[in-house]
Design a protein around this ligand. Structure first.
Ligand SMILES: C[S@@+](CC[C@H](N)C(=O)[O-])C[C@H]1O[C@@H](n2cnc3c(N)ncnc32)[C@H](O)[C@@H]1O
Length: 279
């Protein structure tokens, strides 16, 4: 496999998330919001807390955190995508939030004051980083003693998504991720593996909370729109134009079979939350 330098990988991720900024979490399928709610419930920041949200995207966690910590608290969001940051900063101003700030910053080594945050959240982003344990080590230094880190990642994949691998696998750009988040033997392959990353980073008392999130799609077109509205867009965009209609039609035909007894297209996602503390 061609080894892509980390800064090029980060630039490509920024481009990817710049591209999806308008549709991100905005096609009528609640996904990042429900995960954010569960993550915040586990991190449980007190009123007045200072919290850093890493890879804040369009603010699924950030805006809920702002409410949780209240006007006396402070929430800082960072993201590598300038368009995500611009849109989220604009929304924070439109909502009249005085306790939120957002900036463009790479999560691998955030340039923020040490010991400044009571908690750090990173929802559905850590698997994009080339060296997650090194990033967690850098994040640890930003926490106060006994401060909490909480990350969300994918648990076991819905077997129906795995069954699509014959369609998408040949086009998967393996250089995009240094670490395959789907690899059962990789650092995101099990609860214990993610807890191990936390320990390697010098964090203590790691624990896992897992739950299933059911998604409902009105029709196959909404499923397609949803898969193009977030990081999976990269997969579609890797398919050459000459193959795209064939792959898309085959995928939609399979998804049409994912109907429940009420005729709704459903998809079940196992979500893993991993929490740990700075000693
Ligand atoms: C799947 S989105 C999740 C966004 C948000 N946390 C949520 O739950 O909706 C991943 C986010 O991580 C950001 N990201 C990816 N790599 C990053 C990096 N190296 N530094 C900072 N942000 C990064 C992307 O730009 C994107 O906004």
């Amino acid at each position: 496999m061609v080894e892509v330098p980390d800064e090029i990988r980060a630039a490509r991720l920024a481009e990817l998330f710049d591209l999806v900024v308008d549709s991100y979490d905005n096609v009528g399928v609640p996904f990042f919001g429900p995960i954010a709610e569960r993550l915040i419930a586990e991190v449980d920041p007190r009123a007045g807390a200072r919290v850093l949200d890493i890879g804040c995207g369009r603010g699924a966690v950030l805006f809920r955190l702002a409410e949780a910590v209240g006007p006396g608290g402070e929430v800082v969001g960072i993201d590598v995508s300038p368009k995500m940051v611009a849109a989220t900063a604009h929304e924070a101003r439109a909502r009249g939030l005085t306790n939120v700030s957002v900036q463009v910053m790479d999560a691998t080594a955030p340039t923020l004051p040490r010991g400044a945050f009571d908690a750090i959240t990173a929802s559905f982003m850590i698997f994009f980083l080339p060296d997650p344990a090194a990033a967690l080590t850098a994040w640890r230094s930003l926490l106060v003693p006994h401060g909490t880190v909480g990350v969300s990642t994918f648990g076991a994949w819905d077997p129906r998504w795995e069954q699509m691998e014959d369609l998408f696998g040949p086009y998967r750009d393996r250089a995009f991720f240094r670490i395959d988040p789907r690899d059962p033997n990789g650092p995101f392959g099990s609860d214990g593996a993610v807890e191990g990353l936390m320990r390697t980073a010098g964090l203590v008392h790691p624990r896992t909370v897992a739950f299933d999130l059911d998604l409902f799609f009105d029709d196959t077109e909404q499923w397609y729109a949803w898969t193009r509205s977030h990081g999976q867009r990269q997969l579609w965009d890797s398919i050459p134009a000459g193959d795209l209609d064939r792959v898309r039609d085959a995928a939609l035909a399979r998804v049409d079979g994912w109907r429940d007894e009420q005729g709704r297209i459903t998809s079940r996602h196992r979500i893993r939350l991993t929490l740990a503390q700075r000693p």
